[in-house]
Write a protein that binds this ligand. Structure first.
Ligand SMILES: [Zn+2]
Length: 415
C-alpha cells in the first residue's frame, strides 16, 4: 500500500494547474515538470517506445507477451489540475483506518471534511484516505488515474506470467480546460480503443457524457455622470443581469441530476461600459443541447433589438463554441469495450456503476477522433476543491481493473 501512496504523493505535490487564458500547449509551463518525471518513470519501470512530444503528451507501450494477435488497448489520464482551485503546495494528509467521523483538514482555518455533508465518506470506513490540508485541491483528478496506470504497468512488467496483448499508455496536459485531446495523436497511439482512468467512485464506468458548449457574451454600455444620466446611461452590468435573469432557475448545476441539462454562469466581470458574462451549456441529449444554444441566441437577440435604436449597434456580442459531444454515439457500435470493463470489475467483486457523466472527459473527444474511449473510476471524490479525497483501496482496485482488462482481452481473443 505504501508504494501506491508514495507514487500518488509524488505526483500531487507537483503543481500542474492549467490555465484557460493561455494559448500554449501545455497551457502552463509547470506541467512539463510532471510530464518529464512521468517519462523517466515509464522508462524506469521498463516500458517501450516511451516518448514525449513538443506539446508534452507522454506515450509508452507495454509489448504483448502473447503468441497470437489481440486488440491493442490504451489507458489514458491527464496530469493537469483544474484552475478552479489552487493546486500549489499540496500537502496531502493520510487518514489510516478511517473511523467514519469528521476529518479535521485544517484546525486553524476550521475546515472539516464531514460525512454529515459528504455522505460518500461512509463507504470507506476502515480504509486509508488521502485528503488535503484544506488549503488546496488534492489533484486525485487525475493523478489517481496516472498512479493507477503506472502501477498496473509496473505490475504487468514484474509479473510476466500474466498474459496480455499490446497495451498503450498516454498522459495528457490540459484536460481540465477542455483541451486534453487537442493534440492527441490517435494514429501514433495505435490503440483499437482506450479507457480514461478519470472517474470518481469505485465501480464507475461511463460511456455517456454531456454535449458541451462555452458561451461568452460581451455587453457594452454608455457611461454618463449618474446625476444627469436619465435616458442616456446604459449600464452593461444591468444588461448582463437581465440576461442572467432569463436563464431558467431550475436548470442550473445545483438543481439538476442524471440526464438533466443546465446553463451555468461561470464568470462575470463588469464595469458600466463593458461586462463580460461567461457560461457553459450542458446536455446529454443533442437536440436539447442545440435548443439551449438557440435559447441563448434568442435572449441576446432580444436585448440587441431593444437597444438597437438607443445604442446604434449591437449592444451584446455573443460567442458560442461547442466544446465536446456525447461519446455514446461512438461507443454504442462497439459496446463490447464497455462489457469488457464491466466483466473485469465483476470478476474483482466491484459493483459496476454505469451512469451518464455529468461532464466530459478526454475520452469523449477522443471517441470522436476515432479512439472509442469509455471512462473508468479513478477513485477520488469531491474533485476541484479543498474537500477532495481519495481512498487508497479504490486506487488499488483500479490497478486491478486495468490488469484484469488486459488479461480478459487476451483470454477472450485466444485463437
Ligand atoms: Zn479529470
Amino acid at each position: 500500500m505504501q508504494h501506491i501512496i508514495d507514487r500518488f504523493i509524488g505526483y500531487v505535490t507537483v503543481d500542474t494547474e492549467s490555465d484557460p487564458e493561455s494559448n500554449t500547449t501545455p497551457s502552463t509551463a509547470k506541467q512539463w515538470d510532471l510530464a518529464n518525471k512521468l517519462v523517466e518513470e515509464l522508462k524506469q519501470i521498463g516500458l517501450s517506445d516511451v516518448s514525449i512530444d513538443d506539446k508534452s503528451y507522454v506515450m509508452a507501450t507495454l509489448p504483448s507477451n502473447l503468441d497470437y494477435e489481440v486488440p491493442t488497448i490504451g489507458f489514458v489520464s491527464h496530469f493537469d489540475t483544474t484552475p478552479d482551485f489552487t493546486g500549489k503546495d499540496v500537502k496531502p494528509q493520510i487518514v489510516k483506518n478511517y473511523d467514519g467521523g469528521d476529518i479535521v483538514l485544517n484546525k486553524e482555518l476550521n475546515i472539516v471534511l464531514s460525512p454529515s455533508y459528504f455522505k460518500d465518506l461512509l463507504l470507506y470506513k476502515g480504509q486509508t484516505l488521502i485528503t488535503t490540508d484544506g488549503t488546496t485541491l488534492l489533484g486525485a483528478d487525475d493523478k489517481a488515474g496516472i498512479t493507477e496506470i503506472m502501477t498496473a504497468m509496473e505490475y504487468l512488467v514484474q509479473n510476466p506470467q500474466i498474459k496480455h496483448g499490446t497495451l498503450k499508455v498516454c498522459f495528457t496536459p490540459d484536460e481540465e480546460i477542455g483541451r486534453g485531446a487537442d493534440h492527441f495523436d490517435v494514429e501514433k497511439f495505435g490503440a483499437d480503443w482506450a479507457y480514461t482512468m478519470d472517474g470518481s467512485q469505485i465501480g464507475e464506468l461511463e460511456y455517456e457524457n454531456f454535449n458541451a458548449a462555452g458561451v461568452k457574451i460581451r455587453f457594452k454600455g454608455k457611461s454618463v455622470h449618474p446625476g444627469y444620466a436619465k435616458g442616456k446611461m446604459i449600464n452593461s452590468m444591468l444588461l448582463a443581469n437581465k440576461f442572467i435573469s432569463k436563464l431558467p432557475k431550475d436548470e442550473t448545476p445545483e438543481t439538476t441530476k442524471n440526464y438533466e441539462g443546465f446553463f451555468h454562469v461561470t464568470n462575470i466581470q463588469g464595469s458600466i461600459e463593458d461586462t463580460l458574462v461567461q457560461l457553459i451549456i450542458r446536455d446529454h441529449n443533442r437536440n436539447k443541447f442545440e435548443k439551449r444554444k438557440e435559447y441563448v441566441e434568442e435572449v441576446v437577440a432580444k436585448i440587441n433589438k431593444k437597444y438597437q435604436k438607443q445604442f446604434g449597434e449591437d449592444i451584446a456580442i455573443l460567442e458560442i463554441k461547442d466544446q465536446y459531444y456525447n461519446m455514446r454515439d461512438k461507443v454504442a457500435p462497439v459496446m463490447h469495450i464497455v462489457k469488457l470493463a464491466e466483466q473485469a470489475m465483476k470478476e474483482l467483486n466491484i459493483k459496476p456503476l454505469i451512469k451518464p457523466i455529468r461532464g466530459g472527459t478526454d475520452g469523449s473527444r477522443l471517441s470522436f477522433m476515432g479512439l472509442p474511449c469509455p471512462n473508468i473510476f479513478a477513485g477520488g471524490h469531491n474533485f476541484h476543491g479543498k474537500y477532495e479525497y481519495v481512498p487508497v483501496e479504490s486506487m488499488q482496485k483500479a490497478v486491478e481493473v486495468i490488469v484484469k482488462i488486459a488479461e480478459l482481452n487476451a483470454i477472450q481473443n485466444k485463437k
